[in-house]
Design a binder for this molecule. Structure first.
Ligand code: ZN
Length: 279
């Protein structure tokens, strides 16, 4: 038996080079006869990368918005500055929340955004992050985040967050833009496609993570609609927010802190975006 196992190992390591006996006892490998040319060795088939235009998201632009910024906490004055959110004025940004032991929402969102970028780029998408840790220490402001998606003429935008609700409140939810008109805001053209995007993301996020929709938002529907978020109000391209879990709940926090779970979360988002853009 030992010979067979060894033979199998050789066959795997040098596929196409050495015949492996099936008749028991281990057949001798083919030998080169002195003075004669070695038998032609077929070159192993190297799978070629699919041309970019064959990838499902080729030609699509996705803007990924990691909520908050790890530097916001050190720039209270700047992020408290009021900006236009269409229906009124609101702070440029906030610090976001954190787990009880100090893992910040901003660290979480940036990590998931980078994972999501990798997954979407592998499908051929052009991906732009609104900040990648390089933004001058804070922000950008929520209105600016929306403008980045607009300027990029994004096919889809996702803003990544984690919630700061009470203990026992668990699960994710996706926030869709309400119909808002006022000032520089007009979501009338994006309400429909954003809902379609959000429903896809909610479904695939549940599937990829195995987590249930939030038990404290809209009776567990996994969806919420809001008209008070500048990042949605100012968007002219389909956009949703996702609150991936509740950082203040110990069980959700354990998931949010796990790199393996964050990869599943990013996969869920990528699958939803892919389904939406392929529909
Ligand atoms: Zn947030």
């Amino acid at each position: 038996m030992r010979m067979r196992v060894l033979c199998g190992a050789v066959a795997v390591a040098a596929v196409g080079l050495v015949g492996c006996g099936t008749g028991g006892g281990g057949a001798a490998p083919e030998r080169t006869v002195p003075g004669q040319p070695a038998p032609a060795v077929p070159s192993p088939a190297v799978p070629s990368a699919a041309p970019p235009q064959a990838l499902p998201l080729a030609g699509k632009v996705v803007v990924v918005d990691p909520g908050h910024n790890p530097g916001n906490a050190r720039h209270a004055r700047e992020i408290n500055k009021q900006v236009d959110i269409g229906t009124g004025r609101k702070e440029c940004d906030t610090t976001g929340t954190a787990t009880d032991d100090g893992y910040s929402e901003a660290e979480f969102t940036l990590d998931v955004a980078r994972r999501l970028r990798t997954l979407l780029e592998a499908q051929g998408a052009t991906v732009r992050l609104t900040q990648d840790g390089e933004h001058p220490a804070y922000g950008p402001c929520v209105d600016e985040r929306a403008l980045i998606g607009n300027k990029a003429k994004a096919d889809a935008v996702i803003s990544i967050h984690a919630d700061g609700s009470g203990g026992g409140n668990r699960g994710f939810h996706v926030i869709l833009p309400a119909e808002v008109k006022g000032g520089a805001a007009d979501t009338s053209a994006i309400v429909g496609p954003s809902r379609e995007l959000g429903e896809r993301v909610a479904g695939s996020f549940a599937k990829a993570t195995g987590n249930a929709p939030a038990n404290y938002i809209n009776k567990g529907s996994g969806l919420d609609v809001r008209g008070d978020l500048g990042g949605l109000n100012m968007s002219r391209v389909p956009k949703v927010f996702i609150e991936c879990g509740n950082m203040r709940d110990a069980k959700d926090a354990a998931l949010l802190k796990s790199p393996e779970w964050r990869q599943k979360a990013a996969r869920g988002m990528a699958d939803g975006i892919l389904a939406h853009l392929s529909a």
